[in-house]
Design a protein around this ligand. Sequence first.
Ligand code: FAD
Ligand code: 2HG
Ligand code: ZN
Length: 485
Amino acid sequence: NSPCLADLENESAISLNEQDVEHFQSILGDAGVVTDQHSMQPYNRDWMGKYEGSSSLALRPKTTQQVSQILAHCNQRRLAVVPQGGNTGLVGGSIPVFDEVVLSTSAMRQITSFDEVSGVLVCQAGCVLEALDQHVAEHGFTMPLDLGAKGSCQIGGNVSTNAGGLRLLRYGSLHGTVLGLEAVLADGTVVDTLQTLRKDNTGYDLKQLFIGAEGTLGVVTAVSLLCPPRPPAVHAAYLAVPDFVTVQKTFRRARQRLGEVLSAFEFLDQQALDLTLSVMPSVKNPLPDTQAPFYLVVETSGSNAAHDYEKLEGFLEEAFEEGLVTDGTIAQDSGQVASIWNLRENISVALQHKGPTYKYDLSMPVPEMYGLVEEMRARLAHLPVTVVGYGHLGDGNLHLNIAAESYNEELRKQIEPYVYEWTAARRGSISAEHGLGAMKADCIGYSKAPAAVALMMQIKALFDPHKILNPYKVLPQQALSEQLA
Ligand code: FAD
Ligand code: 2HG
Ligand code: ZN
């Protein structure tokens, strides 16, 4: 195991000592400092069981001030730190690579304010997404993002990964809905840009740098978010479609016919459906008597249930008449809507049950997207793997997942860098919404030009000159060491 080093410059081994732990105890009290080996396990292992670190210390601050004191000490001692939220990330970003100190935001769960006129929510970074949604629901609002991990992911983690999710089509990305944030830099400086304003053109928009920075530029401690009114009428349809060209035609038709009430347009292939149903008996098949290569989840959200239903029905009738869909059903009540979403949201969970899964989160022009799934299926046909494709079609985001018997280098090399090269050749992104983390830190060049990566390095050096924050993540390690040499 490498030492807990952040100082790549002199490569000296900087290990945590007893005085460090005592210092953290003096800031947080005993309850905020986790050292017991057994209790450390969940902080060292990711959701997929793919990444495992060997940290011996997790810190659980409750306030921004405590985060600031922790980081000031780590910076001065050159102790590397991994910010961790709900630990649901899918690229190994929240897990120590070696024995970095884990800074968990799980105890930062205060909701500071909610403004019923503007819909602006201000809260600490450790608030769980679903809890926030329940809170704003009491005031007639909804969170502008939703994802399968809502029960455990935290808003600080969502912001730090710039999570997309199921309703990005409707509400846009967090780059638009985050109005302000508070972050602590590596040296303990608190950067308070926790504005609640829709419009604020005073200088550079610094908060944008922290959105999607995956904990490499600072620790996000609080967030101010714009929440839309909760739509009183939500409908969902589940459709069977004969081929991928028709999937695209159906999307065009849905946008034309459903217009402003369209709130999600998701797809899954037959293999994703079969796998999910086979390992998760609790998931119901909305079309049990139908077999098709592709299925769509189409959701509408609006203010007039009868009007929206009529629109969805009209769209479906037209889609049938034009031969776009071979079968379809519209949910008749909120239970059925939830059941359709339960299927879609559980695909990742099912893959996890099935076995170790290689995940690729790609965006590219929609017409090209499914070709990659087919190519990978052919390329890996001789191996005991299941290749599935699903994702946020409305956002041009494919989730290519390859469930295997084990994580092994030989298999990985058959997939990578092929998938990245394929994506880069189409000017796609090798990380649409999950981030680069540890998994793709050395792969950023497939989607970003050298000059852009060089600028990112300079920003990193400015914000975190000693590289204590989430080292070995996001930026290529070779280039990072060269820059420091
Ligand atoms: P973590 O996993 O704890 O951390 C993620 C990254 O952010 C790490 O690099 C970490 O160091 C950093 N970080 C965390 N908190 C902070 C902070 N306060 N300050 C600075 N850095 C921080 N993602 C999507 O985009 N769309 C989806 O639809 C989606 N669905 C998912 C479904 C499931 C079942 C699962 C398991 C994951 C899914 N994800 C999805 C991936 C994941 O990115 C999100 O779950 C979520 O945004 C991560 O939040 P978290 O609190 O768990 O962060
Ligand atoms: C989803 O859309 C998530 O379900 C997870 O982003 C995707 O597991 C995946 O690959
Ligand atoms: Zn997704």
